[in-house]
Design a protein around this ligand. Structure first.
Ligand code: CA
Length: 766
């Protein structure tokens, strides 16, 4: 009787958990209608497990092309294991499989097939497509480090699978007696060397049927060998198949060794059926997606739900897991910094210039147990390379600016994640604050000696993007000061960083009341133009970057002339037509410029990261309803669950994190404060399951497209007039209940006391 009862209870629990499948709302192809001159996301339709070591994508372009899958293409050339974090950085360590029929052909142009999106199922855990020219239904479903593919050859007869190890020095070996192909793939096609010389991606592909024949490819043609090492290698294996026969491929890889690739295959795929892998993938995704349950019985637009879960999916794609488990179950990783195999966590493929803003803080808030491992990875990057990461893929990449690793550490530590190796992380963050990497400008602080000498980086000392660097360094210094304070460092240390955190004031041009270039004599640029891109800024102009004072909006408002002047400066971003001066790029209209230009949001450039927090700065003013208005405008006009669904580069989950936070009615303007600025929730109800299982209900029963303003807010039944909630309030669970209105409530949240943190008011930093 007892046994039966337990079984019944288990079933009931399972049924409750298994009730909702959120993956059905997700389209991995959202944002894939992108090209060099205009980005609608610049993402690939990845099928992967959350933080998967490998992503799998159909490819419409030859290996080596940055835009590997574009929505308006007609032909598929392969199903590929990829590690590409952005088309601008390019791929590394990739290989692909492609089923064909008839004569054995190898190159993309010879093996490609027409396809239709109508035959595509592009889901987080499963992808399938009909390859029309080969009469093949191709399917794939990955695990973290492996994948199963299934090819249904409807024509029968001579059926082939091309394995293309591509890359710049690869290896292929066919082991026919085991129905197996092993190999490795190595380097990158552009953007230089990003790993030690011994870097390899070892792979194994095991089929469920013996080969009838096979032919190995070496550089430009087939060779009569079963094993080759060359610039480009591959193989075409041939099967005798009956009509509609299914050929299955079990695939795994490792960055550690060929033996580890076999182990990954055994432990993650083994003898499981294809359908079982699909189910496990769906369950794993739902484990995370179900933490955010949109309940909206009067839903106006299913597209909002689709966009919400699609954005949530994107946030779990990066960073990439780079650790593997050895035969004893010990966590090991290949170090892309020193080439050794070492114990412990390692994640890669992330650009902090993008993700420090909202993508990484999201996990500190909602998945702190995951962030703990992530911060161990950060400490390992420092131990193995002597530097903290700013852009890694898989090793340090020389891209973008800032010292935003300080924000990553502050966000985790100051949001209460305490089981971290702070001895190492403090040493690291302190070193980064005072040093520039000898050869990689993105690592450490490029131009630091000028920053320390002048309190800003002058425009005439040969350091580019100097205003943007000054602003981001000043914010990083605030992060370091607060971490130092929390660690109980001496007052002198805290004061020194707190002093530097005010350096943003040194590039504030009082004539224009905007940030601008300033030379070493202290003179501001006389030819200043607020809409001129580049001049001292990174992928933006002064109107975009003048808001990068995350830690002291009140101080910034004071510089601009106080509350009303600050509001009107914020307003001016939307009111200034989207004109631009690109003389700083030699007249070239880079894609971020065009993306700002075409959205009809004035100068507000949501397609790039620097300005993405700016809408929430109205919460620091007497007119917080403008945050609510603009947040809803951006959600409804600049996001849609379509192939052109983003308004610029999605960038490692950041632009998706903006949407997910905003849809919850929250945004982490300064991730180190543990405060979340309040916007306008998108749904009538979302139930968030918190790390310890508590629930937070974010309700807005009378919400609609028109009723987008916050009239009243109660938190756990108490009237709540502040423009922010804290990490502690969110983690405590309960209910945030919004009363929405079609007209702004011009008296709610307007006073000083309602405003979130500003350093100006921080008595502990005096
Ligand atoms: Ca960007």
């Amino acid at each position: 009787m007892k046994k039966i009862l337990i079984a019944a209870l288990c079933l009931a629990t399972f049924a409750a958990q298994g009730q909702k499948d959120y993956t059905k709302y997700i389209r991995t192809t959202v944002g894939t209608d992108s090209e060099y001159i205009l980005s609608h996301g610049n993402v690939l339709p990845f099928t992967a497990r959350p933080w998967g070591m490998n992503h799998w994508t159909p490819q419409t372009a030859a290996n080596g092309e940055p835009w590997q899958y574009v929505y308006d293409a007609y032909r598929i050339v392969g199903l590929k294991q990829t590690h590409q974090p952005s088309p601008w950085g390019g791929d590394y360590a990739m290989f692909s499989l492609m089923p064909t029929v008839g004569e054995r052909k190898f190159l993309e142009k010879d093996r490609q097939s027409w396809f239709s999106h109508k035959t595509e199922k592009a889901m987080p855990h499963y992808y399938s497509v009909y390859l029309a020219e080969h009469f093949v239904h191709a399917e794939m479903s990955p695990t973290t480090r492996a994948c199963m593919m299934r090819f249904t050859f409807s024509a029968g007869e001579q059926s082939n699978v091309v394995i293309d190890a591509f890359d710049n020095a690869s290896y292929i070996k066919v082991i026919p007696e085991e129905n197996k192909v092993v190999g490795y793939t190595t380097q990158y096609y552009h953007n230089g060397k990003r790993a030690p010389d011994n870097f390899k991606n070892y792979f194994v592909v095991r089929f469920n049927k013996p080969f009838r024949e096979f032919e190995v490819w070496q550089n430009d043609g087939f060779v009569s060998q079963s094993e080759v090492t060359a610039k480009r290698t591959g193989v075409v294996v041939t099967f005798s198949t009956a009509q509609n026969e299914r050929i299955e491929a079990r695939i795994a890889s490792s960055f550690i060794s060929p033996e580890q690739a076999e182990l990954n295959l055994k432990s993650e795929v083994g003898d499981k059926s294809f359908d079982q892998i699909v189910k496990e993938g769906r369950d794993e995704w739902n484990k995370y997606l179900s933490r955010f349950e949109v309940r909206d019985s009067k839903l106006d637009d299913l597209d909002n739900v689709r966009m919400f879960y699609t954005a949530l999916y994107r946030m779990f794609i990066y960073p990439r897991t780079l650790f593997e488990y050895d035969a004893t179950g010990k966590m090991m990783h290949y170090s892309p910094f020193n080439g050794q195999v070492l114990p412990g966590y390692m994640y890669t493929d992330n650009g902090y210039w993008d993700t420090f803003r909202a993508a990484r803080p999201f996990f500190d808030l909602f998945f702190p147990e995951w962030s703990t491992g992530y911060l161990e990875s950060l400490a390992n990057v420092y131990k193995e390379s002597g530097w903290l990461p700013e852009w890694i893929s898989p090793g340090h990449v020389d891209a973008m600016i800032g010292s935003n690793s300080a924000s990553i550490i502050a966000s985790a530590y100051l949001n209460g994640i305490r089981n971290l190796d702070m001895a190492t992380l403090w040493e690291a963050v302190d070193k980064m604050a005072h040093n520039a990497h000898p050869s990689i400008s993105s690592v450490g602080r490029y131009g630091i000696k000028y920053y320390e000498q002048y309190g800003y980086i002058p425009s005439d000392v040969g350091v580019t993007e100097e205003v943007a660097r000054t602003l981001e360094y000043a914010y990083a210094d605030w992060c370091v000061a607060k971490v130092a304070q929390a660690l109980g460092k001496d007052k002198q240390t805290v004061d020194a960083f707190a002093g530097r955190a005010l350096n943003y004031k040194n590039v504030f041009n009082p004539k224009w009341k905007l940030m601008s270039q300033r030379d070493s004599k202290g003179n501001f640029a006389t030819n200043f133009n607020p809409i001129a891109w580049n001049y001292g800024f990174t992928e933006g102009c002064s109107l975009h970057y003048s808001w990068s004072v995350f830690h002291d909006p009140k101080g910034l408002a004071a510089l601009m002339g106080g509350d009303k002047a600050f509001v009107s400066k914020l307003d001016s971003v939307f009111l200034t037509p989207p004109a631009f001066d690109v003389s700083g790029y030699g007249g070239k209209v880079i894609h971020e410029v065009r993306e700002m230009n075409i959205q009809d949001f004035g100068q507000y450039a949501h397609g790039n990261q620097p300005i993405q927090h700016m809408i929430y700065l109205y919460d620091w003013t007497s007119e917080p309803w403008k945050t609510q208005y603009w947040a809803r405008q951006v959600m409804s006009r600049l996001y849609s669950p379509t192939s052109d669904g983003y308004c610029g580069d999605e960038d490692n989950g950041q632009t998706s994190a903006w949407y997910v936070f905003s849809a919850l009615g929250l945004y982490p303007v300064n991730p180190g404060t543990g405060e979340y600025a309040i916007g306008s929730p998108l749904f009538r109800e979302v139930v968030v399951t918190l790390p310890d299982g508590k629930k937070l209900t974010i309700g807005a029963p009378n919400n609609s497209d028109e009723r987008l303003y916050v009239n009243k807010l109660t938190v756990n039944g108490q009237p709540y007039n502040k423009n922010y909630v804290t990490m502690k309030q969110i983690r405590g669970g309960g209910q945030m209940l919004f009363d929405m209105s079609a007209k702004p409530n011009t008296s709610r949240g307007t006073g000083e006391v309602a405003r979130p943190y500003s350093m100006t008011d921080d008595k502990t930093l005096k």
